[in-house]
Design a protein around this ligand. Structure first.
Ligand code: AHG
Ligand code: MN
Ligand code: MN
Length: 294
């Protein structure tokens, strides 16, 4: 029988294991509540995006659960304008996208949760992360966690989260690409790069949720981008709560990330709301991209 998440976490530092387990149960509650937390809230987040009831509820629920756990010192969330202090004695600092891909809720496409785990004070560089995880609400609920050089995936069953794959490595050669942003706003060099991938037989698949779009790259290989745009030089995705976390997961699976100029994980954050052009995927495709954008 497949190993449970709990059993698998016996190989990980015990405090980190408790945190990941806590977040796994939080994720199941959120899934149960989503049918009842629908529609728009009449507020905007710090990024000027209209918040959904589900965005705000998930954010508050996770924040409260983490506060009560005592394990977390501070939290940076997409839905909160400042760093939130939780427990002075907590071991971890967390970056959180409490509900990623929330524009997919209306059409019932995939959404998820993105969590970066640090011991350093935030804002820190992505390379300082000690672990990362994401939850994907797809045909089943899956949970992926990454620690140095090891990425494991679990799916939710009647026995709880059970192991689906461990030591996941991004397949070579990659077969997909997924790119966000208006195509007419992509830089000409980037357009040309994508045309070359198409010529090589890579297929377009873009779903509009970063968790879903990255999980398919993890499983099939290829490249995801929310690129530099003509009117938005930093693209859309947020360095702390989105890009760094996925860049970390893919790195541990043997892939790479870039801002167009170097690894996302090396960016020194200037603020918790900083956005960054985001390119993540197979190493070779990232190298080719950096050459194309030079
Ligand atoms: P969020 O729902 O947390 O605000 O994130 C949305 C992000 C991400 O999930 C996705 O990659 C991208 O924005 C989708 O943007 P477009 O709607 O522009 O494709
Ligand atoms: Mn998001
Ligand atoms: Mn979000």
């Amino acid at each position: 029988m497949a190993k449970t998440l709990e059993k698998h976490l016996e190989n990980v530092d015990s405090e980190l294991a408790s945190l990941i387990l806590k977040l796994s149960s939080v994720a199941k509650v959120i899934s149960d509540e989503l049918p009842y937390r629908r529609g728009k809230a009449d507020t905007e987040n710090v990024f000027g995006e209209v918040q959904l009831v589900a965005d705000k509820w998930a954010d508050q629920y996770i924040t409260n659960e983490l506060r009560e756990s005592g394990m977390v010192k501070t939290l940076v969330s997409e839905e909160q304008p400042e760093i939130v202090k939780l427990n002075e004695t907590g071991t971890f600092n967390i970056t959180l996208d409490p509900l990623d891909g929330s524009s997919n809720i209306e059409s019932n496409n995939s959404v998820g949760i993105i969590i970066g785990i640090y011991k350093k004070d935030l804002p820190a560089q992505g390379k300082d992360m000690v672990a990362a995880m994401f939850i994907l609400y797809g045909s089943v609920i899956s949970l992926v966690y990454a620690v140095p050089n090891n990425v494991s995936e679990f799916i939710n069953t009647k026995r709880g989260f059970v192991l689906r794959a461990e030591n996941i490595k991004i397949p070579e050669p990659g077969i997909l690409y997924g790119v966000g942003g208006l195509k007419r706003e992509w830089l000409p060099e980037f357009k040309k790069y994508i045309e070359e991938l198409e010529k090589d037989g890579q297929k377009l698949r873009y779903g509009g949720s970063f968790v879903g779009d990255m999980n398919q790259i993890l499983h099939y290989g290829g490249i995801f981008a929310y690129p530099e745009l003509v009117t938005k030089p930093n693209g859309k995705l947020r360095l702390l709560v989105e890009s760094n976390t996925m860049a970390y997961v893919i790195k541990q699976a043997g892939g790479a990330s870039s801002t167009g100029k170097g690894s996302i994980l090396e960016v020194k954050p200037e603020s918790i709301t900083q956005r960054v052009p985001t390119y993540i995927g197979n190493k070779e495709l990232i190298e080719k991209l950096e050459t194309a954008l030079k």
